[in-house]
Ligand binder design. Structure first.
Ligand SMILES: O=C1C[C@@H](O)[C@H](O)[C@@H](O)C1=O
Ligand SMILES: [Co+2]
Length: 302
């Protein structure tokens, strides 16, 4: 478990994207993992194209890489808890076999994440009953995750019912802090609310996993103006790696350090890999982390 320090990882989403599985298909698992080693990250998250646990462990061990976690789309509101539990148990079983730390959950009932609609004006809103069903269900999934030695971390996401800071507040207030933790994703909350510090400062004690995703402001503004879908927006380059967009990561990073955050920070930048060379962007992110985040912290500690 990554309890003692911050571990830096990078998501495979820059090479291949589960939201559009056709893109980056030419990037094999070996290629992606070896690029991650070249860029000096310690680990990654599991992508949809990753193999069974034994085959993955072999490739990880060869490169001394770790797995942080994996995304799980829950449909607690649409299908009910019972229908979700079996798939979630299998998910946790796999994650425990690859020695992961977190199970990342995002409720996808009514989500427009994968739809061809304007993501900026079509997010769903849950009713009180639906919120209750979601929160009780998440507590139960959190209990299951714990049995597998994992933490359930909830991923707030554009185009879903838990997108805004207010919705994150509601989710945190109505779930059990011992069972349901928060994944803080800078890119999603910035595009949603135009602010990335409020969720962090309010909920830092619940945050157990972090995605550092940067945003190209001019592309975001253009996508908003034209009513782009979520997938169109990232294909057009709305997201990028830290240091390449408009977010100043020194602020959230210093705050996380000050609050004693331990665990993973993953660079996560979905863009079209035929436009944004994945290794080039991974190296760009590494340079920013080394020079603007780690070096500054070491200097101020002297
Ligand atoms: O953590 C994430 C996983 C993806 O599948 C998702 O669409 C992306 O935006 C993200 O932040
Ligand atoms: Co994310």
């Amino acid at each position: 478990m990554s309890e003692e320090r911050i571990l830096w990882g990078i998501s495979p989403i820059g090479w291949r994207n589960d939201d559009i599985p056709e893109i980056g298909k030419e990037n094999t698992l070996s290629h992606v993992l070896s690029d991650i080693v070249v860029a000096r990250f310690e680990g990654t998250e599991v992508g949809g194209f990753f193999p069974d646990a034994a085959a993955l462990n072999k490739e990880l061990q060869l490169r001394n890489l770790k797995i942080a976690g994996r995304w799980f789309s829950s449909y607690l509101i649409r299908d009910g808890l019972e229908a979700v539990v079996k798939a979630f148990q299998q998910h946790c079983e796999y994650l425990s076999l690859v020695c992961a730390d977190v199970a990342i959950v995002s409720e996808q009932t009514y989500s427009v994440q994968g739809h061809s609609v304007d993501v900026f004006s079509n997010k769903p809103h849950f009713t009180d009953d639906e919120w209750e069903q979601l929160c009780l269900g998440l507590n139960e999934l959190g209990r299951i995750a714990q049995r597998y030695g994992l933490r359930l971390v909830y991923h707030h996401h554009l185009g879903t019912g838990v997108q805004t800071g207010e919705e994150v507040d509601w989710l945190m207030a109505n779930t059990d802090p011992a069972l349901v933790h928060l994944l803080y994703d800078t890119g999603h909350i910035f595009v949603s609310d135009g602010d990335y510090m409020s969720v962090l400062t309010k909920h830092v004690s619940r945050i157990k996993h972090v995605h550092f995703k940067d945003v190209r402001r001019h592309v975001m503004e253009q996508c908003r103006k034209e009513g782009s879908s979520f997938m169109q927006s990232f294909l057009r380059g709305m997201f990028t790696v830290p240091g390449d967009g408009c977010i100043d990561f020194t602020e959230p990073y210093q705050f996380l350090l000050g609050a004693g955050y331990r665990g993973w920070i993953l660079v996560e930048a979905e863009q079209d890999p035929t436009v944004a060379h994945p290794l080039e962007y991974a190296l760009k992110a590494r340079k920013y982390v080394d020079e603007r985040l780690l070096a500054v912290t070491q200097l101020s500690a002297k």
